[in-house]
Design a protein around this ligand. Structure first.
Ligand SMILES: C[S@@+](CC[C@H](N)C(=O)[O-])C[C@H]1O[C@@H](n2cnc3c(N)ncnc32)[C@H](O)[C@@H]1O
Length: 264
């Protein structure tokens, strides 16, 4: 269903009951890479952090522990039902729709978003707001899905299923072709020390990296976005492969782009 703000978030909890498990599998899969990047940025005691699209909250929990009692973390999401921040004194959880609301400006040493902006057709405008939320010298880290590694993979059911799912998601306003643009978009907004990498996890069937992909595609189909798969055995054969520990497949690649606001 579309709204005047663009498309409804396709993985919202209204259609399906698997959302918490999908969010946790996503966290298990990408947290090691994200945490490594946050450590290298130097996130530490006393930092003020903004985590947008906090989901089930693992990154917010890590930030809360890292910044300690002198720091604080604002955890914002359209849907705050999967993370309440209970027991975390330095965390404020705020319901916020990035399509129409802006986070506080000029306040944060770190702004982080993972797998959020790709869902929002207003993503360029949202990026403006995230840059504006940085205090001088503050870091922005944005991690978004990117499909281009799949185009180099030749034929095969896995490539076909993932690209078909991403095409179905595009009709709902999602893109996996924006991550590659992030470094240029960061520079155009005046950020400094900009760099980016692509993380493309190669993981065995049954691992969280494939579980979250499978749960996402199942939810997509059940949410009314069918995917067209012509390869042998079709989607059911792919599901079996994604659970076979002897099969290694590429999970959804992420572009991780970072840059910092100029120090005045
Ligand atoms: C794929 S999940 C990623 C969750 C978390 N960032 C992670 O990587 O573990 C996308 C998150 O973005 C949130 N989201 C979607 N549309 C949003 C919007 N318009 N404003 C704020 N958050 C939104 C969803 O509720 C969900 O928690």
């Amino acid at each position: 269903m579309s709204t005047e703000l663009g498309n409804e978030y396709i993985f919202n909890g209204r259609h399906v009951a698997d959302v918490p498990r999908r969010l946790r599998a996503l966290e298990e899969s990408y947290d090691p890479g994200t945490v490594g990047r946050l450590e290298r940025l130097g996130v530490g005691a006393g930092w003020h952090c903004l985590e947008v699209g906090t989901g089930a909250g693992s990154v917010t929990r890590w930030l809360s522990d890292r910044v300690g009692p002198a720091g604080r973390v604002l955890a914002a999401d359209l849907d705050t039902s999967f993370f309440t921040g209970e027991g975390l004194d330095n965390v404020e959880v705020r319901q916020l729709d990035l399509r129409s609301e802006r986070p506080p400006e000029g306040e944060f040493d770190l702004v982080h978003a993972r797998l959020v902006l790709g869902h929002l057709p207003e993503r360029d405008r949202v990026l403006d707001a995230l840059v504006a939320a940085l205090r001088p010298g503050g870091w922005l880290l944005v991690e978004e899905a990117e499909e281009f590694p799949f185009h180099g993979m030749g034929d095969g059911l896995h490539r076909e299923v993932v690209l078909a799912a991403l095409a179905a998601m595009e009709t709902a306003g999602f893109t996996a072709k924006w991550g590659r643009k992030l470094p240029a978009l960061f520079r155009a907004r005046g950020l400094e020390d900009v760099s980016a990498v692509v993380e493309a996890p190669i993981v065995p069937g049954g691992s969280s990296g494939l579980e979250w992909l499978r749960l996402s595609i199942d939810q997509l189909i059940r949410g009314g976005h069918p995917i067209q798969v012509h390869g042998r055995g079709g989607y059911e054969q792919w599901r079996r492969k994604s659970e076979d520990p002897d099969t290694w497949l590429v999970s959804l690649p992420l572009v991780a782009a970072q840059g910092r606001a100029a120090r005045r």
